[in-house]
Design a protein around this ligand. Sequence first.
Ligand code: MN
Length: 393
Amino acid sequence: MADQSQTRRVSFFDTTLRDGEQAPANAMGPKDKLDLALRIEDLGVDYIETGFPASSPSDFEATRLIAKHLTRARFTTFCRAVSSDIVTAVEAGGTANHQIQIAATGSKMHCEHKRRITPRQAVEEVVEAVGLARSFGVESVSVGIEDASRGEEDLLRPMTERAIEAGATCFVVADTSGSMTPGEYAALIRTFRAWAPSPIRIATHCHEDFGLSTANALAGLVAGADEVQATLGGIGERAGNTALEEIAALLAYKQDVTGLHTDIDLPKMYEAYGVLRRIVNLPEPRNKAIFGTYAFGTAAGIHQQGMLRNPATYEYVEPERFGRQRSILIGRHSGRSVLRHLLDRIGHPVDDGQLDTLYRIHIAEREGGDCEDLDVLQARLQRELKGCALEAI
Ligand code: MN
């Protein structure tokens, strides 16, 4: 593994409470947002977006509470490029430790069909809003460029350069509609980097519509972005956002090939996800990377044979690093050899006929679900075969 001092640290921006919350069925009250924000802060995230204070009294209160209780992370508020949104955000959270993120209109299509403004107006409103936020004493002012992935250079470039002159400190390059491939997104980040050199910060914001939000974010980071916007479990608009746990895991495992590292506390992520799931009543997905019920489980006999000898045969991502446990589930896909392995393990070697009988009773014809945990089956076999002559089974 590469030495951390040789790699660039990626900073994390959590938008579970804003982009995640704005998706259908994910509404959270102020107290819930505070609970979750403290969990997320504990993971080592750098920025936590509290919501959109001007949009509702609930987001205003959530911002007020989170601003008061965070001890290490900065909080970010989402504002349109209008003065009343910025005034409200500052009323809610003050200026200390506060990053204001101003939503900018990044494509002519959005200018014409959504906003009904000219590209020139789209630039001017951002320049004014950045200046206003800075004039209040907010030191960190980010421009979140909506639909940047479908934007035109003659809109995006003047917007970026003039916002920097007005005091913007960060640009969020949003693939709002989830339209890009990793190669395209990397090129877009390089373009922005040329317009906004360091120490101006660049953040990724990717959507999952093609299932590429993590791949795109990684490509953007490798191409030079400083920060990744992500949500726990990838919740967010439509198909969702870059999943925090996926990008954190990738950065932890792939330091050598990416030249990047993360300080995210990997074992704590799953518990934070549990808090989110309880708040928004989200069932645990079966197969999601890192967080899925069976993300570290297998029911296939061919895999199990290898894993019982050495888990590394089928596990590249290790459950222990994420506070998870490996599960080997025995069912009709498991075959007889796993059963033989278990019987050997508990000191009951059997011949082929006896194995067939035990297989029929305990696996093929067992009632109650299509598979059960290896440890549960082992305990039952131990209990039932204890002192039992093999001929009697
Ligand atoms: Mn978004």
